[in-house]
Each structure stands twice: as structure tokens, then as C-alpha cells.
Design a protein around this ligand. Structure first.
Ligand SMILES: [Zn+2]
Length: 275
């Protein structure tokens, strides 16, 4: 699924490619994704100009003139594309721009959303208001991370990393890769982590994110950049979705185990119970 890095790419691409574009026509095909019906959707967006883009966790926020914002949660399989020449293809949501070009959103499953809100109400909305601190936020410091682990001591580190209500942005793939880099087993309880483990996890996430950015993010499922290019980071995962393959460091077969209903992939040799 698009996690923090992928949605952040989209944020930057909206800034670069779409700011200044005015909506000629907004079309909502799949009303179940939205808080509005198709007519309202169309009415509100018509004539509005894109003025910026933001992100909270995995939610992309596109801001328009007149205090209108569009919030998108792509969930597992959603994606967004910008076309200079609009193709005749299926979509769930389309924004056709004055002049030329369109933004098409498709593939979002039940639970994802494309909502229209007043800009000043964005952070009060379901799906946004309950999100924890954003993993790329400057306020997400090592001290804050320690506090978070301290208040979730009975949970496993994997659960805490992927719980969007605690830390927003990290999903299954990045949590597996971060814990591999930090050499920490995913099912260790937060209360059992040493200071060194905690610092390690906090620090290596940057390394994992930077690597992902260098590869254009991960496109294991649906993510593409606005121009349609896929990311390559998933081809370089060390452990995620690599069950049975050799650990790139020690050669031990990678294990998959369900933790809190989510699959975790790890190397039983490199990732330790104790630091
Ligand atoms: Zn290993």
C-alpha cells in the first residue's frame, strides 16, 4: 500500500504539477468513497483552483481556493494519475482541469476515501482526527518515540509502528524493513526494548526512507507516481514478502509470522530478542 513515502511523493508531485490548475469539472463515480454525492462533489469543485498539497500519515490532502480541501486515503490498492491528454479509461474520481489535463483516481477499496471538506475542518474529520503523530513530522523526536513506547509497553514493537492512531505513516512493509535494519524482532514487547534498540529503530527509519526515496518508493501493489512511473523499492526489500528467501546479510531463510493479524517478515538470526 502507499505508505508515508509514496503519499509524500504524491504530495510533492501535486505541488509541482497541479498547483494553479482550475477544475472545470469534478466527477465522482463511486459515491461510497465520499462524504458527498456526485452532484455535490461536482458543484463544490467546479471553478476551484489547486493551491497546495499536504499529507497526514497516509492521507493526501489537496487544498483548493475558497477553503475547499480534497482528502484521499488510497488504502491498499488506490492510485492517482495525472494526464495531459485525458484517456478514455475507468476511474472512481476525476478532476478535469481548465486548459487541459485531468487527475484520475482509481482502485480505492472499501475503507479508503475521497472526501471534500472545508480546509479548516480537515483535521477534525474521521480518518484524520484519530491519527497519531506523523512519522516525518519534526515533532516526532527520539524523546517523543520513547514516550510513545513507554505508554504502549505491553504491545509489540511491530504493532506500535503500524498503528496509525499511535504513529501515522508507517505500514507493514516499512515496519518490516525498519525492524530488520534495527536488528530487532517484530514481536518484542515495547517494555523489553533497551535504550539502544529504541534509538536504533528511531535512527534507521531515516535510512530506510532515504533508500525508498532513492528508488522512487515502493510499487509492490498499486502505487504509481502521478506520471504513471512505478517505484522500485519493493524489488530491494530485505525481508518484507521474502518468506523462505535468504537473508541478504546472513543467508538464513526469512520467516513470516502473523502478529496482531498482520504478517511480519524477519530474519530469525539477524534480528534479536535481546540487544
Ligand atoms: Zn540474517
Amino acid at each position: 500500500m502507499p505508505e508515508v513515502i509514496e503519499v509524500d511523493f504524491l504530495r510533492k508531485e501535486v505541488q509541482q504539477l497541479l498547483v494553479g490548475k482550475t477544475v472545470l469539472k469534478g466527477v465522482l463515480i463511486k459515491e461510497s468513497l465520499s462524504n458527498l454525492n456526485a452532484n455535490q462533489f461536482s458543484e463544490i469543485l467546479e471553478g476551484k483552483t489547486i493551491i497546495g498539497a499536504r499529507r497526514k500519515g497516509k492521507v493526501l490532502i489537496i487544498d483548493f481556493s475558497k477553503e475547499v480541501s480534497l482528502l484521499t486515503h488510497f488504502l491498499l490498492t488506490g492510485f492517482a494519475r495525472f494526464y495531459e491528454q485525458c484517456p478514455n479509461i475507468n476511474y472512481q474520481v476525476a478532476l478535469y482541469f481548465a486548459g487541459n489535463g485531468c487527475l484520475l483516481i482509481n482502485g480505492i477499496m472499501l475503507g479508503g476515501f475521497v472526501k471534500i471538506l472545508r480546509t479548516d475542518k480537515v483535521f477534525e474529520e474521521d480518518g484524520v482526527k484519530e491519527l497519531g503523530i506523523d512519522v516525518l513530522s519534526l515533532d516526532f523526536t527520539l524523546d517523543r518515540f520513547k514516550q510513545i513506547l513507554n505508554s504502549n509497553r505491553r504491545k509489540t514493537i511491530k504493532q506500535v509502528l503500524i498503528d496509525q492512531h499511535i504513529i501515522a505513516g508507517i505500514g507493514n512493509a516499512y515496519s518490516d524493513e525498519i525492524l530488520f535494519e534495527a536488528k530487532v524482532l517484530p514481536f518484542r514487547k515495547c517494555e523489553d526494548l533497551t535504550n539502544a534498540d529504541t534509538e536504533n529503530i528511531f535512527n534507521v527509519k531515516e535510512k530506510v526512507f532515504e533508500r525508498s526515496i532513492a528508488f522512487g518508493g515502493e510499487s509492490e501493489l498499486s502505487f504509481v507516481h502521478l506520471d504513471g512511473k512505478r517505484g522500485e523499492f519493493h524489488k530491494h526489500f530485505n525481508v518484507h514478502k521474502r518468506e523462505g528467501e535468504s537473508c541478504p546479510i546472513c543467508g538464513t531463510p526469512i520467516i513470516m509470522k502473523k502478529i496482531g493479524g498482520r504478517s511480519s517478515y524477519y530474519c530469525p538470526n539477524c534480528q534479536k530478542e535481546e540487544a
